[in-house]
Ligand binder design. Structure first.
Ligand SMILES: [Zn+2]
Length: 257
């Protein structure tokens, strides 16, 4: 009976009901300002993600009921606004945003920076907004030292030759600039786990936690970044900004050259 009623309620009304039910004052979404008492469930529970305590992956309370922004998208936004003060530093900045998140990307685009390049590796069957270019991180079509800021959130775990991608990101980063390179990372593994004999999507999901991931990063992620030539700062700001519903365990990896 409840299922039947649910089916006949229009989606817009369903959303209004949901927003009413979850309204509260524990969290506020920095993108849409919706105040809620809790966060929506995002991600899927995959046994390997639980076993390896992968931060930034798996099932968790992390979504905004109104705009669907995730905890990891909010974390980058809060870091950029509260720590980097990106919107106070003037428009004369060049930014590269790989696999751009919808809400964050819209705000950066609207600010009209000197250069705001959005890139994604176009995949058949997916649609991309007009401002997103087909860019392979292994061959970024920009010169050395072009960007003041690079955002690359949960991309490297998809790339077999991640070291090459890191080097390429480093090449296009300006001296004095910073690249924010986030990945899902295992809390209890010292070493990154990869096995390139695993190629089937279903197998990858079992072994790496997602059908298109090629590894699970361990605590040596910083070493890998350093190996590619970056100087790395690992910080955690989640505690300071819990009202934005950030993942307490998610660190930020700031890479400089
Ligand atoms: Zn929101």
């Amino acid at each position: 009976m409840i299922d039947k009623i649910k089916k006949i309620i229009p989606n817009r009304l369903k959303k209004q009901i949901r927003l009413m039910l979850h309204k509260g004052d524990k969290y506020i979404c920095p993108f849409c300002n919706y105040s809620s008492r809790d966060l929506s469930i995002i991600g899927i529970d995959i046994p390997i993600l639980i076993e390896k305590q992968v931060v930034g992956g798996g099932k968790r309370f992390g979504g905004c009921y109104n705009c669907d922004a995730t905890d990891r998208e909010r974390l980058i936004y809060i870091y950029l606004t509260e720590k980097v003060k990106i919107f106070n530093a003037g428009k004369n900045q060049c930014i590269l945003h790989i696999a751009p998140e919808k809400n964050l990307s819209r705000l950066l685009l609207d600010f009209c920076f000197n250069k705001y390049v959005c890139g994604d590796l176009f995949t058949e069957g997916y649609q991309y907004p007009a401002h997103v270019q087909n860019i392979n991180v292994l061959n970024i079509p920009y010169g050395d030292n072009t960007f003041d800021l690079i955002i690359c959130n949960h991309v490297l775990e998809h790339i077999p030759t991640d070291l090459e991608a890191m080097k390429e990101l480093q090449r296009v980063l300006k001296i004095g600039g910073q690249a924010v390179l986030q990945v899902p990372i295992s809390k209890n593994s010292a070493q990154t786990f990869e096995d390139f004999s695993v190629t089937e999507p279903k197998q990858r999901e079992i072994v790496f936690g997602q059908f298109d991931h090629v590894r699970i990063y361990g605590q040596d992620y910083v070493n890998r970044l350093e190996e590619s030539g970056f100087k790395v700062r690992r910080i955690n700001i989640s505690n300071e900004y819990m009202k934005y519903g950030l993942n307490i365990d998610e660190d930020i990896f700031i890479c400089e050259k």
